[in-house]
Ligand binder design. Structure first.
Ligand SMILES: Cc1ncc(COP(=O)(O)O)c(C=O)c1O
Length: 418
């Protein structure tokens, strides 16, 4: 994990001790490494250079403005799924010409705002959305560029909640119906067909689902190229997996490029990807402080100050995050569940873990928490969301302050009859 490493028996983010950050900013605290994000972006560009892809960072993975800005400066565009994400991207310096907008439920207001911004492309997920988009664009005397999201019905072999390219999912249009959807798009005054989109699921372990999906959509792409003059690009979505535990293999990007490049060249398509997790997942850790070590006759619990409101992935996806004390103590390992303070049995960060001995006050790092961590955080149990810090070499900056009680109640009002 470039960016985080062990030095003198302690865990560091680049040249900064995580223990020092916990002391200075309190916990729960998200810490991100700039070097890791840059390294991942460059690794992606270099491994996929045979494809010359356009890279749209999927903001849903982590929408902190500093991280978006960092990636925008490296040349990434943005894949957004709401009006809020679109505005965040623009504020962070992503030009609208490098923004693609996906999502099954775009409202009229979101569509109007994106048309007014003249974004690069809408990823359209259904026929009714095509009709709505065309009508709204025509009102503004505009033709919105669209890529229709197709469902190649490929099993990505991942958690059912993050598997999105199967025919029974709510996303996109079945491959069998796709031709008709493109036909409809071609007949509408307010849209112009420029591409085809797919996203199979996340995280994917290897290139096989992408290759299978591509082989399924290629005949459609050939026909679309012949029918729609502006049709030129294939967006294969995100989903590149990352190692969440030691010895887990990295995603084989070179193999993906090797398989995809000749196929895409054959049809003359420009390729795009929408990586999220790959860029930021292992760029972040969640620091949390041990509150109590609780023994009951059946199980030991390490109770910490971060809960499922800070990191939802373990209960939501059965996701596994490695948990390590930032300054491990010597002594006999313990076997315990690491749980949060929230009043839910699902409030755990890790179960059945072997850990070095820990005591109240020790700081633990939950690794691989940069993607879908803070982005999914909530105020459940009236807990303010964590602060976020970005490390760059030997400096560290707060990129989001910890939420206060005032933040928690902002916007609430009481009717005068109470
Ligand atoms: C359409 C789309 N693109 C990109 C992504 C990003 O996926 P990942 O973070 O696994 O790269 C997602 C994730 O849900 C998605 O739905």
């Amino acid at each position: 994990m470039e960016g985080f490493h062990w030095r003198d028996g302690e865990l560091w983010a680049e040249n900064v001790r995580l223990a020092d950050l916990a002391r200075a900013h309190g916990t729960p605290l998200y810490v991100y490494s700039r070097a890791h994000i840059e390294g991942q972006f460059r690794a992606l560009q270099s491994a996929l250079q045979g494809l010359q892809p356009t890279l749209f960072y999927a903001l849903k993975a982590n929408s902190n403005g500093a991280i978006i800005r960092l990636l925008a400066r490296l040349g990434a565009g943005a894949d957004v799924v709401s009006g809020g994400e679109m505005e965040r991207a623009i504020r962070a310096g992503v030009p609208p010409s490098r923004i693609v907008f996906a999502g099954v439920g775009k409202t009229v207001e979101e569509i109007d705002a994106a048309i007014a911004r003249d974004i690069r492309c809408f990823t359209v997920e259904s026929e009714p959305e095509l009709e709505r988009l065309s009508a709204r664009a025509a009102r503004q005397k505009h033709r919105a560029r669209v890529a229709i999201r197709v469902n190649p019905d490929v099993d990505p072999q991942t958690h059912v909640y993050t598997s999105t390219g199967m025919r029974e999912n709510k996303f996109g249009v079945d491959l069998e119906r796709a031709e008709q959807a493109f036909e409809l798009a071609g007949s509408l005054p307010g849209v112009e067909v420029v591409g085809v989109h797919m996203h199979l699921g996340s995280p994917l372990a290897d290139e096989r689902p992408y290759v299978e999906a591509l082989d399924k959509v290629m005949p459609l792409c050939r026909r679309l190229r012949a029918r729609h003059p502006a049709f030129r690009y294939l967006d294969m979505g995100g989903g590149f997996g990352i190692p969440y535990w030691p010895r887990q293999s990295p995603f084989p990007l070179e193999a993906l490029a090797r398989e995809l490049a000749p196929r895409c060249r054959d049809v003359g398509l420009e390729v795009a990807f929408e990586p999220g997790r790959f860029l930021v997942g292992n760029a972040g850790v969640l620091l949390t402080t041990v509150q109590y070590v609780k023994d009951n006759p059946f199980r030991k619990f390490v109770i910490v100050d971060a809960g499922m409101n800070d990191l939802l992935r373990p209960p939501l996806y059965d996701a596994w995050h490695e948990i390590r004390p930032v300054v491990p103590r010597d002594g006999e390992a313990i076997h315990a569940d690491v749980v949060g303070p929230i009043c839910e049995s699902a409030d755990f960060l890790g179960t059945d873990r072997q850990l070095p001995p820990v005591q109240e006050g020790d700081v633990l790092a939950v690794l691989g928490a940069g993607a879908y961590g803070m982005a999914m955080a909530s105020n459940y149990n009236s807990r303010g969301r964590a602060a976020e810090v970005l490390v760059d070499g030997d400096r560290a900056a707060v990129v989001r302050t910890r939420e206060t009680l005032d933040d928690l109640v902002r916007g609430e009002c009481c009717p005068d009859w109470l």
